[in-house]
Write a new protein. Structure first.
Length: 277
């Protein structure tokens, strides 16, 4: 489902939610209290600014006695074969974000990946998959990067751990291309990139990656990911702590200028290695 038609479907979801809520004689605050979210969130669901989690949709069906319509709609809209189930909602939010800050401890973030790098990562995590399956996943990842080409692209700030520059994903040639791509985006000021060097030693968020997203008309959200699982976090206190941890990492990282020099140096090293093999 294309982004435009998917957004239209979420708008239908919101309009239907409003119609059913008003038909039940409930305010946004009253419905929110019964499904364990704020009234403001119900308003954002109705305006298609924020998408409800599946369990919230299920509770809305129960309270509004809708015979499962919101659960069915939610399942259909978050079911995108290009993405893992746990990441689909985060991918949807990326397209709405005005600011994205990301910490990547081991891999180049999906929004910055080249085809060869994305292919190598996908094959590594799906060693018995068909080429058609791999291509579908890779195409979805490359499609996500289009938001960085839009005139209204989000402000994107990423901190890469030095691991990202050293692990030869896809071999020296693929790494030279990948790091060159990141450097080019940084030089074009499409993204702001910093590197957290090995010399930083222990650091905040040593247990994993983090993405922070901000929106014009919705509260900020954090996304974390572990093995075959991901979590969208929108509790204000948790998002605040996540932001503080990210700020600590950014403060410990090399300056953007020094980071760019290190990225380009690593790309050159991989390039030389590729030319001798």
């Amino acid at each position: 489902m294309a982004n435009g038609s998917r957004q239209a479907a979420w708008e239908f979801f919101g309009a239907e939610l409003k119609r059913r809520r008003e038909g039940a004689g409930l305010t946004q605050v009253e419905l929110g209290a019964r499904v364990f979210v704020s009234g403001g969130y119900i308003g954002q669901f109705e305006q298609a600014i924020r998408k409800p989690q599946l369990d919230v949709a299920q509770r809305m069906d129960e309270i509004l006695q809708t015979d499962g319509i919101f659960e069915r709609l939610c399942r259909k809209l978050i079911d995108d074969p290009r993405y893992a189930d746990y990441f689909a909602r985060a991918a949807e939010l990326e397209t709405l974000a005005t600011d994205i800050c990301e910490f990547a401890p081991a891999l180049v973030p999906g929004l910055l990946q080249t085809r060869a790098y994305a292919w190598a990562v996908t094959v590594a995590t799906n060693p018995f998959a068909t080429d058609a399956y791999i291509e579908e996943k890779v195409s979805g990842r490359l499609e996500r990067a289009r938001i960085l080409k839009d005139a209204a692209r989000p402000l994107y700030w990423v901190v890469l751990h030095e691991n990202v520059l050293r692990i030869p994903v896809g071999g020296p040639g693929a790494m030279a291309e990948q790091l060159g791509h990141v450097a080019r985006l940084a030089r074009e000021r499409t993204v702001r990139v910093q590197v957290l060097p090995y010399t930083a030693a222990a650091y905040a968020l040593m247990n994993g990656m983090l993405v922070l997203m901000e929106f014009d008309e919705a509260p900020p959200t954090a996304y974390t990911e572990a093995v075959y699982s991901g979590n969208l976090l929108d509790d204000p206190a948790v998002v605040k702590r996540s932001r503080a941890a990210y700020d600590q990492i950014r403060a410990a990282a090399l300056s953007p200028e020094a980071s760019l020099a290190l990225i380009e140096s690593a790309a050159e090293d991989f390039g030389r290695c590729a030319s001798t093999t």
